[in-house]
Write a protein that binds this ligand. Structure first.
Ligand code: AMP
Ligand code: ZN
Length: 118
């Protein structure tokens, strides 16, 4: 697995820095956001160090697809209400103009009753 030894999220996915883990398999790790912007806010990351969405390659497409497929399942598990009246938001920040602060690709999954902080 290609990790960056200086990357916060690589360290989290390897268990070197503690996190509130929600899910893990061979390729993917999910954990609660430390500074939640919504009542439910967690992050889904690849274990492989992909710095940004724009660094992802065609070969990463199945991995990205699996992360997207996991989002609604974990959202439901975390208490997001299903269907049109419930739901959740999935966000990827890419680069400084996109608001990215941690340079290891992550899906933000946010949900829960409104109003939210952001
Ligand atoms: P972004 O701005 O898209 O790069 O988002 C980075 C996210 O990582 C922010 O929502 C932070 O609250 C979150 N974050 C930073 N450090 C940690 C950590 N140690 N554990 C959990 N979430 C973190
Ligand atoms: Zn990383």
């Amino acid at each position: 697995m290609a990790h960056d030894p200086n990357c916060l999220f690589c360290k989290i996915s390897q268990g070197l820095i503690p996190s509130q883990k929600l899910y893990e398999d061979g390729e993917i790790y999910a954990f609660k956001d430390i500074n939640p912007a919504a009542p439910i806010h967690f992050l889904i990351i690849p274990k492989k160090h992909i710095p940004m969405l724009e660094s992802a390659e065609l070969a990463d497409a199945p991995l990205l697809g699996r992360m997207m497929e996991l989002a609604p399942r974990l959202a439901k598990e975390q208490g997001c209400r299903p269907g049109k009246d419930g739901g959740f938001r999935v966000v990827v920040n890419n680069g400084a103009d996109g608001g990215q602060e941690v340079y290891h690709l992550h899906l933000h999954v946010m949900g829960g009753p409104r109003p939210w902080k952001k």
